[in-house]
Each structure stands twice: as structure tokens, then as C-alpha cells.
Design a protein around this ligand. Structure first.
Ligand code: SAM
Length: 194
């Protein structure tokens, strides 16, 4: 169902996606090194921001989103391979990547803890996990409002607005090194180790 929603969302995603500014994406991706896996590459908005020296493998389970990402391949300064794959069941061996990146992805992965366990599995023990995710508000009323309106966002776009992603990251056994807040505390840059 989520995969189908994103095939539809692909048509207007770049127009809609104004929340994460290019400067923030550049800052997030400056952490990437070596052999990189991007999970949920979507329409490929991150591709121009990978620093030189990276080799990127980018996956998504929506062919519609991947088709849009393919159109941005020429904007990348580094080699990029796009693959259709489910983050909850990746086809890579253990310890395959130096860096695993995901931006605004674990709001939509149907089983986020399973997806994050996979992220941990494919990242080398000395590697880095970089997640930029919007989360449920810590503010009581705002949190309830997000719960109330979540079905609308899930139905229209395919994304949950009330995920507790920091808790999910920890539940997956990932070791959080730092968390940086933006948009109040609604968007979090989570840097972690497997
Ligand atoms: C909100 S979009 C974010 C796209 C991009 N990362 C960005 O920052 O704009 C979420 C993406 O995650 C993908 N996605 C969700 N669940 C997935 C899964 N289980 N496996 C692979 N991709 C998934 C969706 O298809 C969609 O392209």
C-alpha cells in the first residue's frame, strides 16, 4: 500500500517537498564517507550533495520515485547506482557499507524497527548511520493533533507524521552518537553507529 502511495506521490513530490532546505541536506550529507547506502532515495533530492570520494548505492521500493531519481543522476558529483529494493529486507551482505543515509524515510517504512535493524546489519561496525527524520511532537497537544491527522497524511502521501523515530532507532539496537534538532524539535539529525 505504501509503495503504491509513493508511486502516486512521485508525480508531485518535488513540488511538495519544501520542508528540508538544500543547506540542511548539504550539512547532513557532509557526514557521508566511502561506500554509501542511501535508503529510500525517493526522487533523488540528496544526490547532488554527496561529497567527492563517496560511491553511492541508493534504494527505494517505489519504481515511480526511482524513475524521478534517475532523471537527477546527472546532478551527482559521485558514482550512483539506483536499485529497487525493500529496506525491510535488503539484499546486501552484512557490513557492506561505510555510511548508511536516510532522509525522511522511517516515517513511511511500514515496519520501521525492522528497516532500522537492516540498516544496522548492512553498516560496517566502524561505520556511520545518518538519519534526518521528522518525528511526533513532544508537546502534548501538538502530539495529539499529529496522531489525529496522521491517517490523512498516510492516505494522501504515504508518510506518518507521528513516528517516534529516536525510540525506534534505539529499539533496533543502533547506538545514537548525537541528535540535532531543527524546526523546533520536529526534525532530527541523528548520527549513530551500528
Ligand atoms: C518521504 S520520501 C523521502 C525521499 C527522500 N529520501 C527525501 O529526502 O526527499 C520516503 C521514501 O521512502 C521510500 N520507502 C518507504 N518505505 C520503504 C521501504 N520499505 N523500502 C524502500 N523504500 C521505502 C518511499 O518509496 C519514498 O520514496
Amino acid at each position: 500500500m505504501i509503495r503504491r502511495r509513493y508511486n502516486r506521490t512521485a508525480l508531485f513530490y518535488d513540488w511538495m517537498d519544501r520542508m528540508i532546505k538544500p543547506e540542511l541536506r548539504r550539512k547532513v550529507l557532509a557526514h557521508a564517507r566511502g561506500k554509501v547506502l542511501e535508503v529510500g532515495v525517493g526522487t533523488g533530492v540528496n544526490l547532488p550533495f554527496y561529497p567527492e570520494g563517496c560511491t553511492v548505492t541508493a534504494i527505494d521500493f517505489s519504481p515511480g520515485m526511482l524513475a524521478k531519481a534517475r532523471q537527477k543522476l546527472h546532478l551527482a558529483k559521485v558514482p550512483v547506482t539506483l536499485l529497487e529494493m525493500d529496506a525491510q529486507q535488503m539484499e546486501f551482505p552484512d557490513n557492506s557499507f561505510d555510511t548508511v543515509v536516510a532522509t525522511c524515510v522511517f516515517c513511511s517504512v511500514p515496519d520501521p524497527v525492522q528497516g532500522l535493524r537492516e540498516v544496522r546489519r548492512v553498516c560496517r561496525p566502524d561505520g556511520k548511520i545518518i538519519l534526518l527524520e521528522h518525528v511526533r511532537s513532544e508537546h502534548k497537544i501538538m502530539g495529539y493533533l499529529m496522531d489525529f491527522f496522521n491517517p490523512v497524511s498516510l492516505h494522501l502521501i504515504g508518510s506518518n507524521i507521528n513516528r517516534r523515530t529516536v525510540e525506534n532507532v534505539r529499539q533496533a539496537g543502533i547506538n545514537v552518537t548525537s541528535i540535532e534538532d531543527s524546526f523546533g524539535k520536529l526534525v532530527k539529525l541523528i548520527v549513530a553507529m551500528p
